[in-house]
Design a protein. Structure first.
Length: 462
């Protein structure tokens, strides 16, 4: 059940009006927060983003017209409805010019207010979705894979070499290194790209059901087989079958898969005849195959059949600066996915994430970033917001980095970090305009585009 309720933030120095608006918004099943000043408004915006703001034009501590301009610049997706007891045509026009969504007069007509708030919430939803679309339209480095380190470039070159063939491929690598993503890249680089890509995690299927899941069954072939089932091998006809965690497969099922790989035919459980299918098999495991063969977990003949070509994926800690690219990629992706504003990492938080060994590799990194983006209490993620397994992993490294943060006045950042920050500042100040940002930086547009690509800057600034 989704208990999310849109949030309305009202900024007015009349506490009685705040109470009245809260009464009505609760009836409209909206969450309401009321504050009496602009300073409280900014604090609330740092804590939680509303879906719409109701703003008094005549606050005691600020000019409402100036505030709406600032809100429009900093929070472009949040509609601002101006409310005032002293309405003039000039004031209304100026507010709309500065970015206000609408302009209402006191005493408020709550029937009209309800309509305008609902329309503003829908506008917020659409603008957020559009922004999310631009953020998720991120460029990856190779068919959905992010990474420019030399170990990954070697993987890309091998994929491009072997994918056009129909050779059986075995992908080796620790848990979370991106084996399924690699299998998809092989499929997309092959002549089978228009065909189906069927992924099977052998570890997730009960042993007693694996044969039926792979090869299918006829109606009535066993207790509970109430209708005919087309197995994964048949579903992948004309495309690629990806078999993950192959060492978890039953020994006898491996023998049947071996026959399938040899004669390219499928016989459903309970069927009298087999029929041909055209499938390319890509398999994967996070185990040492030779060790699994010795332990009789993996058939030797099956192993040699599925491993004409081996592709070994490096663990994340061996991928150098790819960690920075992946951090930025998953920050953008998570902000878009969960409808959150994109926070920034403090230098110390960034360095702690860089130095963490990531035993769960990319999968652990993605989950960690997603959790931080969801729970970030403000626009910055500091070491206090990192999971304890990261901050406690290397006490010596953490202490050193925290000391460095306290002495930033004497700390000299790397040239790469300085360049990255300058690029961001220039792009942010020009709302993402490359020609204007290049002019500010004193470089050509072509050079700026190269530097944007070099640093993996994919966020939108509009």
């Amino acid at each position: 059940m989704n208990d999310f309720r849109p949030r309305v933030l009202t900024v007015d120095d009349d506490p009685h009006l705040l109470a009245l608006i809260e009464h009505h918004t609760q009836q409209w099943e909206l969450e309401h927060v009321g504050v009496l000043s602009s300073s409280e408004m900014w604090k609330q915006l740092d804590l939680n983003r509303p879906n719409v703001i109701l703003l008094d034009i005549g606050l005691e501590d600020a000019d409402g017209i100036e505030l709406v301009a600032q809100l429009s610049e900093r929070f472009s997706t949040i509609p601002v409805i101006m409310i005032t007891a002293n309405a003039t045509i000039e004031a209304a026009v100026e507010c709309i010019k500065r970015g206000a969504y609408d302009f209402l007069c006191k005493p408020l007509d709550f029937d009209r207010l309800k309509i305008e708030v609902e329309k503003a919430i829908e506008r917020n939803r659409l603008k957020t979705q559009i922004q999310a679309y631009h953020r998720t339209n991120l460029q990856t480095d190779f068919h959905g894979i992010v990474g420019r380190s030399e170990p990954m470039k070697q993987v890309y070159r091998l994929i491009e070499t072997v994918a056009p063939t129909d050779a059986a491929i075995l992908i080796l690598g620790e848990t979370g290194t991106g084996k399924e993503l690699t299998a998809r890249a092989i499929h997309e680089c092959s002549a089978r790209q228009a065909g189906p890509f069927v992924a099977v995690n052998a570890a997730a299927i009960p042993h007693e059901l694996i044969e039926s899941a792979l090869f299918g069954h006829e109606k009535g072939s066993f207790t509970g087989a109430h209708q005919k089932h087309i197995g994964f091998c048949e579903q992948a006809d004309g495309g690629t079958l990806f078999l993950d965690e192959i060492c978890e497969m039953d020994y006898n099922v491996q023998a049947k898969l071996l026959r399938f790989l040899q004669d390219h035919t499928v016989q459903r459980v309970g069927a009298k005849q087999s029929h041909p299918v055209n499938v390319r098999v890509v398999a994967a495991t996070n185990c040492d195959p030779n060790e699994q063969i010795q332990n009789r977990k993996l058939r030797e003949d099956f192993y040699y059949r599925i491993s004409m070509i081996n592709i070994e994926l490096p663990p994340l800690q061996q991928r150098g600066t790819d960690i920075d690219l992946l951090l930025r990629y998953f920050m953008d992706l998570s902000a878009a996915k969960y409808g959150k504003d994109l926070p920034t990492l403090t230098p110390t938080a960034m360095n702690l994430l860089r130095h963490y060994p990531w035993p769960g590799n990319i999968r652990q990194l993605e989950n960690t970033i997603g959790r931080m983006v969801i729970t970030a209490p403000g626009p910055e993620i500091t070491p206090d917001h990192l999971p304890p397994e990261i901050t406690s992993a290397s006490p010596g490294t953490q202490a050193t980095l925290l000391d460095q943060e306290k002495t930033t006045s004497t700390q000299v950042p790397s040239l790469q970090d300085m360049e990255y920050q300058l690029l961001l500042q220039a792009l942010e100040s020009t709302q993402g305009s490359v020609p204007q940002a290049a002019k500010i930086l004193g470089i050509s547009e072509a050079t700026l585009y190269r530097k944007i690509k070099k640093h993996g800057i994919t966020r939108s600034f509009g």
